[in-house]
Design a protein around this ligand. Sequence first.
Ligand code: HAM
Length: 434
Amino acid sequence: MRFKSVKGMQDILPEAEPYWRQVTATVQDTARRFGFEQISTPVLESTALFSRGVGEDTDIVSKEMYTFTDRAREGEQGESLTLRPEFTAGVMRAYIEHGMSSLPQPQKLYSVGPLFRREKPQKGRYRQLHQFNAEIIGSADPVADFEILLLSYSIYMELGLKNLRFQINSTGDPDCKPKYVAALKEYLAPYADKLAPTDRDRLQRNPLRVLDSKERETLPYLENAPHIIDYLNDDCRNHFHELLGYLDAAGIAYSINHRLVRGLDYYTKTVFELWGEGLGAQAALCGGGRYDGLVELLGGSPTPGVGFATGLERIIMSMQDAGIQPATLERPDYFIAYHGEAAKREAVKLITTLRMAGVGARVAFGGRSLKAQLKDADRMRCRYVLIIGEDELAGHTVALRDLSKSEQSSLPMDQVVNALKQRGHMAECEKRVD
Ligand code: HAM
């Protein structure tokens, strides 16, 4: 029996490590520079958190969650748990649970990690995905929305992704949104039986979602649909225009997209996405927006908030499409080879000393011939081999061979660490001079 990875879930192999390192370091360093702090919440949460927070009628909750009933204690019913499909609801739960509203506001929190959505797997769409997620909790100021957009923009700039243009819209608040939904329903009603079946269903359950339909049958009827920004009340309209003013001032390009509503129910006012080149409109690089009612909906006191998340797989895919190479990662320069049991013991002592001193090194395994060990060193792209043979053992020395030049020298065993550290330091200086 041969096992395969679960459908839609992928292994991240060592060859992808330079991308993952660069992307995770960049998102975290940029977030820190913006004054965000990291919060890590559990992968498992109570199912009700998502059905309440994200919304029963969303695709995520109604079709895509990995949900199971936990084992019950005797006489009790097992709790329904879900592998988190997104970060925001869990971060709000933690904010409420740990009384973070009594800390200085707003709280600026970021998270990085895996999420699970049982979507139809395709390019850029997986069932286990990874996100960088950032939230500003406790501020209603449009500057907070701007900061979230600027954070995402800065991350992509830092990584070398260019020609980015935000798609932006406002979805109003509980006062003006229902008026727009009523207008949209009224507009779509005469075409209801011509819409794609999924959209007919959405029209009943979640009419706003018809707006971002990708269905061919539905698209012609959306062209003349009313725009939500014409229905915004003063507060929402001012908020939207203030945010657009900041984006203009910062020179960040955006398009107002009247059909952008996003697939999660908690949004109020600002919503935005960024569509990467080559990914297509189906696969956004990031998405986010404001969710002023969410903390209260989850049992906290009324608290505004705004945030976004970006898929790490999609960032990496965009970098690859754009031909952006990540920085190469350091690998150990030194390989310790030996001949005989006594030399092997010396080799183990030496590798321990080297590692304690912070020098990167590998040691040969398996007691193969010296020739085979040298070949291994070459295959593992170690530049130097430290050889302990019979002569070295007798003379308390180590032979240092430079594989790139086929040169060999001898070092006293008790001076190896200092000598290698000195060489490392000189190599660094040479690099800097280059
Ligand atoms: P979302 O739009 O569902 O928003 O996901 C954000 C990003 O995660 C997407 O733009 C995409 O890059 C990535 N993503 C989503 N699904 C997949 C998938 N199946 N495979 C690969 N990548 C995927 C949220 O999750 C919100 N919680 C964002 C947010 C934070 N809003 C406010 N705060």
